[in-house]
Structures are given as C-alpha cells and as structure tokens.
Design a protein around this ligand. Structure first.
Ligand SMILES: O=c1ccn([C@H]2C[C@H](O)[C@@H](COP(=O)(O)O)O2)c(=O)[nH]1
Length: 378
C-alpha cells in the first residue's frame, strides 16, 4: 500500500465519520437519560451519571425503591393523606443512587449529569459528597424553576460553590444494533483428554439470552411494569446501549467500537471506545506523522475500558462490547479477571479469542437488543 493513498483514505473517512461524533456533555447526559429507562416510577423517570474530571463514569443511578424492597409491595402512586401509601416515602432519588453506587473513593471535583434539576434533598447529598458541578436538563413541574424546593437547592449550591448549568443535547440519540450471523460455532468435545476445538459452519441467529438472569428477573420485572413504562429496558439492553453510546465518541471508522464493563451488582466500572492514545492529539496526529497504518496506533475499546476502570479489581465483571474482541483484547480481558463477554456483532476473525476465552473459563454470549433504542431529551 502506498503511503499517500492510505493517508487520504484515513483523513477522508475521519471527516465523513464525525457526523455521529458526540461531545462529552452529550455523552454523559445521554447516559443519564439511558439510566432513567430503568426506573419503574410510572410518572417521572430520572437518571443521573457522575463523571470524574478525566471523563470517567464513576457512578450512575435512577429513581427506584431501595434495593431488595420489591416494587410490588410498595406504592407507586401518591397519597397525601397516608404517607405509608405514598411512593415518595420510599423512593430513592436518582442522585442518591448515583452517589451511593460509586466505585470511586472520592467524588471531589466530579460532575453530576441529571435529567432533572436536583431537589433540595438531593442537593444536600451532592454537596456533602464533594461534587462540584451539576449539569441538569430540565426542572420538574413543567420546568417551573421557582418552586420552593428548586430555590432551596439553588441557594445551597450557590453558597457551597457548586456550579450549576443546564444542558440539553440538540438532538435525540438513536442507537442501532447491527445483527450478524455467527460465522462459525465453537464446540468443545468434553470426552477428549485434550480439549478439542471444532469449528462448524452451522450458523445460528443469536441472541442467546442469559437464562439465569431472565428467570430470576422476569417475575419481578414484568409484574410491575405499567403503561408508562414502555421504554423500560433490561440490564443487558442498558449496558449494550451504553457500549454503543461510547462508540459515538470514537473518531475512527474501523469501525467505531464501544465497551462497557459492569460489576456483578450492575455498576458501571469502566467504559471506552477505540481511539489513539489520549495524549496524542486526535486531530493532528495522522497528518503530522504521515501514518501508514492507523491501526498500529489505535487503542481498542476493550483496552480503554479496562484501563479506564474506577474499581481496583475487575474480578467477576462482565464486559459489554459492540464487536467481538480481537485476540489482543481477549488477552487483556482474561488477564483483568473479567468473567464474561457480551458482544453484539461478530464480523471479524475471532477464533483465537474464542479459544483463549474457552480455555480461561471466560464465558461469551451474544446480546443484540430487539430494537433500536432512542434517547429522547424531554
Ligand atoms: O431530584 C429528584 C427529584 C425527583 N426524583 C424522582 C422521585 C420520584 O420517583 C419522581 C417524581 O415523581 P412525581 O410523581 O413526578 O412527583 O422523581 C429524583 O429522582 N430526583
């Protein structure tokens, strides 16, 4: 390949590709709105996303009943005459959950993105946690800013030097999940003294869902859904959507890849997309060094998600990836202690990765959300 043509191709595809590229503000506000899709509050679904000064997600949350307080035995409506029968008595707000869900020792200098302006109770929690910036999308009660509880929050933020600004992404974000057929199926012959790997040409249409998750969750999840919760999404959909959202920060059409690592208790502990190392400025790097093969410089989404982690250990974590990991990423995943890979598409040569995953006891499965997920900022 001659140098000039490859430079041209690369620069061209970078420009064309940046149509979909999103800002940090868009990314984190979209993550907050995505989280809100897990809320079972029939009236107002709120999401929050806490981000460190180096753009790592360190906490997420949505409004829900306290953990293990089964939604069906708690009211989802209001009753101003009977506090015991009023959802407000029990529901933990999105901000509270995001702050308490964090894997980071300190939230000093962090930013919290919230779909709704924080109420006075959440303002107290935000201030005491050390968060220094609040980015919100709208006010509750038809955007009535001058409601008492909003005023109280504003006064407390102002006197505590917590910066507060409103931000609404200009357009909705739609995440489309490409589905592909598995090119080959891996079989392990358990009878052989040495593990024998057979590649067959049988093609099956994924997804294969995590049976354990579904069985335990169906009972509680389906029963409490109501009319207003058409948008409600499963954990698998949420985290795959987060991986695809991350991919929108990639400037590389190789393709754009996103990854999201999740702890056993469903906390996001790392995210990433493919890109050149952080310290190499994206915009000048190609032209400056007249790169022949950009792929040599690209850090893959999986590598970035693992190295971006805000948890000491990734033992027993799950990594959600838009594309099946290559062999280099498979090594990183295995060595990091991650125990499961959930992928959406599998277009590339991944035999070596599969062989290593199998031998190392890392499970892998496909998950493709049934339909596209649209994040609407309203
Ligand atoms: O700062 C806030 C304010 C409210 N919420 C949650 C609490 C409730 O679940 C809903 C509000 O329900 P309404 O029926 O609209 O009063 O929003 C929050 O998470 N954070």
């Amino acid at each position: 390949m001659d140098n000039n043509s490859s430079i041209e191709i690369e620069t061209k595809s970078l420009n064309e590709n940046q149509k979909d590229y999103i800002s940090w503000d868009d990314l984190f506000m979209a993550t907050a709105f995505l989280m809100a899709k897990r809320s079972r509050d029939p009236v107002t679904q709120v999401g929050a996303c806490i981000v460190s000064s180096d753009h790592k997600i360190v906490g997420t949350g949505y409004n829900e009943m306290p953990t293990r307080c089964c939604d069906d035995s708690f009211p989802l409506g209001k009753d101003k005459f009977d506090k015991l029968n009023d959802k407000r008595t029990y529901i933990c707000h999105a901000e509270l959950n995001a702050v308490l869900n964090t894997n980071s020792i300190s939230l000093q200098k962090c930013i919290i993105y919230v779909s709704l302006f924080p109420c006075n109770e959440c303002a107290k929690i935000i201030i005491q946690s050390g968060i220094k910036n609040v980015v919100y999308c709208k006010y509750k009660n038809n955007n009535r800013r001058h409601k008492n509880e909003n005023m109280a929050s504003e006064i407390m933020f102002m006197t505590s030097n917590v910066n507060c600004r409103s931000y609404t992404p200009k357009q909705n974000i739609t995440l489309e999940f490409k589905t592909t057929r598995e090119p080959e199926k891996l079989q392990i012959n358990a009878d052989e003294s040495e593990t024998q790997i057979v590649l067959t040409n049988e093609t099956t249409l994924e997804p294969v869902y995590d049976i354990i998750y579904n069985i335990s969750s169906i009972e509680t999840e389906t029963k409490s859904l109501n009319e207003n919760q058409k948008d409600y999404i499963s954990w698998d959909d949420l985290f795959m959507a987060t991986a695809f959202l991350m991919a929108k920060r990639s400037k590389y059409h190789l393709p754009e890849v996103g990854a999201c690592i999740v702890s056993p208790d469903n906390k996001i502990v790392g995210t990433g997309c493919n890109g050149i190392p952080t310290t190499c400025s994206d915009d000048n790097f190609h032209e400056h060094y007249k790169l022949i093969d950009t792929r040599m410089y690209i850090c893959h989404a999986e590598m970035n998600a693992v190295l971006n982690k805000n948890s000491i250990s990734l033992q027993k974590c799950i990594i959600y990836v838009s594309h099946f990991p290559c062999n280099e990423c498979a090594k990183i995943i295995i060595q990091s202690g991650i125990k499961e890979v959930v992928y959406c598409t599998n277009e590339d040569e991944t035999e070596a990765s599969k062989k290593m995953f199998k031998a190392s006891g890392v499970d892998f499965r496909n998950h493709t959300p049934n339909q596209k997920i649209t994040i609407t900022f309203r």
